[in-house]
Design a protein around this ligand. Structure first.
Ligand code: MN3
Length: 244
């Protein structure tokens, strides 16, 4: 009931705010011009490829559910939670979750879960692509070799991390505050941003990400993920970690 009231309240406030022209800019992470982009601060970005582009590794039905239902729910709940806080709702979502201390305690857990969900999924769609190059290049390739010995050394450790997430969560390759590559996991919708780190790539290991195709065999889904990694995106993330 509380959530329903919040949604109704959010609708009223966004309508008024829209008329007053106080609504925040659409950030780079939200370039989607969806029909409601003028009345809500956060929107679900469209997939950067077709729903079936990642077949046979991730099926179109999973992508539809994951993007159109799960990701959309995080955005809807986030907008409802921030209805009375337009100053927070105008932040790029990764900045929002990086500074949860600025979020009032009464809505902090909701923002952590749903803001995290929005940030993580917006990232996740971009970290995959059709026809992945299969391996990193340039600076990221060198850094992975230096840190993990080789690409297969990295994959071994990353797979282990992804398999060891108990329940719902994520595994990440990120850049820590010493600008060192590190493999980490996060529960629920927590993310490296929340600890001040820059994600380079990450895999969603919530069952909703793989259950339709892989059922309980998470290992096969993780193995398939390596066929999908957008190493150009990962390299760009790596570079961006040095400019922050
Ligand atoms: Mn998910």
């Amino acid at each position: 009931m509380t959530q329903r009231r919040e949604v109704i309240k959010a609708m009223g406030i966004t309508a008024i705010a829209g008329l007053c022209g106080v609504y925040p800019r659409i950030t780079a992470a939200q370039t989607a011009k969806t029909s409601d982009s003028t009345t809500t601060p956060y929107t679900v970005p469209p997939l950067p490829y077709a729903y079936d582009a990642l077949e046979p590794y991730i099926d179109a039905q999973t992508m539809h559910l994951h993007h159109d239902k799960h990701h959309a729910a995080y955005v809807k709940n986030l907008n409802a939670a921030l209805a009375d806080h337009p100053e927070l709702a105008k932040l790029p979502v990764d900045d929002l979750v990086k500074h949860l201390d600025r979020v009032p305690e009464t809505i902090r857990t909701t923002v952590r879960n749903n803001g995290g969900g929005h940030a993580n999924h917006s990232f996740f769609w971009q970290v995959m692509q059709k026809n992945s190059p299969g391996q990193p290049k340039a600076e990221l390739a060198k850094a992975i070799d230096a840190r993990f010995g080789s690409l297969s050394g990295f994959q071994e450790q990353f797979t282990k991390a992804a398999m060891n997430v108990f329940g719902s969560g994520w595994a990440w390759l990120s850049l820590d505050d010493k600008q060192q590559l590190t493999i980490e996991t996060s529960p629920n919708q927590d993310s490296p941003w929340m600890g001040g780190r820059t994600p380079i790539l990450g895999i969603d290991v919530w069952e909703h990400a793989y259950y339709l195709k892989y059922q309980n065999v998470r290992a096969d889904y993780v193995a398939a993920f390596y066929k999908l990694i957008s190493w150009d995106f990962a390299n760009a993330q790596y570079q961006s970690g040095f400019t922050k």
